[in-house]
Design a protein around this ligand. Structure first.
Ligand SMILES: Nc1ncnc2c1ncn2[C@@H]1O[C@H](COP(=O)(O)OS(=O)(=O)O)[C@@H](OP(=O)(O)O)[C@H]1O
Length: 314
């Protein structure tokens, strides 16, 4: 089935493109739908695969860097001068299914990927390819408080928006966000899909939060390494390997690397836009009291009772 033949029940104004479409219960662009259909048809998970999942602007770039550094630390110690993260953007080291591997009508040969194969996606849990859901391959999900995620998305999309389109007004965008009409959203369905699976199958899905990672990076790196099946040894802890990885992947370090100042990775977008402030609570500089009230209500209505809660300030 091609994207064109799919039955689109709904269409909404897009953030980066003129329109977004509802596909399998979430919002996305036609190019993404085309790639997801190919991914569904051709991808076959291995038990050893690792999938990093996020809704956009929740810490994807950071999680990719951390997972890569943890998994490859024997070959590339975090302090080494030839570490791949010093010359490559994390999106080039851990490819997205929908923006890289299956984009532009490609069917990749993934048989030669070194194990554990590590991939990334923004696709909601419900719409992942079946073998990913059924096998014991591991999924790491990171999410971020919706206030900061909204601001990060709004600013990023305005930078990448087609020049032929008018700028995205904060108020319009905010209403779209609260109504769920954002790429891969509604955000609450995206979060709850992975959240519920992490509660039911904690060995399958590790659920992380951006704010917790910022607050105590070392603690969460240990948790991540253990989940990925490569816990830090006592010796590594003594040698401060965890701190070295946290430092290599820190916002300040990554933002100032030449590859992230001048290179291009996802969909030919400039890497520098991926590194803005990297803070918890920047929403305070942008949202009016009535917007705060509105989003708080949406979160209570949609996430209330799920046990999923967020820290809104650092
Ligand atoms: N290393 C590191 N540490 C902490 N925070 C980081 C890091 N790298 C990127 N960022 C911040 O993450 C926000 C971008 O989110 P994503 O990486 O998910 O974007 S994307 O979906 O891949 O386009 C965006 O947040 P805002 O600064 O609030 O816009 C980035 O600045």
């Amino acid at each position: 089935m091609s994207a064109r033949n799919c039955c689109f029940q709904f269409l909404e104004r897009g953030w980066r493109t003129p329109y977004i479409y509802q596909f399998q219960g979430f919002w996305c662009q036609p190019k993404e739908i085309q790639a997801i259909l190919l991914f569904h048809k051709h991808f076959q998970a291995r038990e050893s695969d690792i999938i990093l999942a996020t809704i956009p602007k929740s810490g994807t770039t950071w999680l990719k860097a951390l997972a890569f550094a943890i998994l490859n630390r024997k070959q590339f110690p975090a302090f080494s001068n030839n570490h791949p993260l010093l010359v490559s953007n994390p999106h080039d080291l851990v490819p997205f299914f929908e923006y890289k591997l299956y984009a532009n009508n490609q069917i990749p040969d993934l048989s030669k990927y070194p194990e554990p194969r590590t991939f990334a996606t923004h696709i909601p849990f419900q719409s992942l390819e079946e073998s990913i859901k059924k096998s014991n391959c591991k999924i790491v999900y990171i999410c971020r408080n919706p206030f900061d995620t909204f601001i990060s998305s709004w600013i990023y999309c305005n930078k990448l928006r087609a020049e032929t389109l008018p700028p995205l007004l904060r108020e319009d965008c905010f209403n779209m966000y609260c109504n769920g009409a954002i790429g891969f959203g509604p955000f609450w369905d995206h979060m709850l899909g992975y959240w519920k699976e992490s509660l039911e199958r904690p060995d399958k899905v590790l659920f992380l939060k951006y704010e917790d990672m910022k607050e105590d990076t070392s603690f969460h790196l240990k948790k991540l390494a253990k989940f990925l099946g490569c816990p830090f040894s006592m010796e590594e802890e003594k040698e401060r390997v965890i701190e070295d990885i946290a430092k290599l992947c820190s916002f300040e370090k990554m933002k100032n690397l030449e590859v992230n100042k001048s290179g291009k990775s996802i969909m030919n977008f400039e890497n520098r836009h991926l590194f803005r402030k990297g803070e918890v609570g920047d929403w305070m500089n942008y949202l009016s009291p009535s917007m705060v009230e509105q989003l708080t209500q949406v979160m209570e209505e949609k996430l209330g009772g799920s046990g999923l809660e967020f820290k809104l300030l650092s």
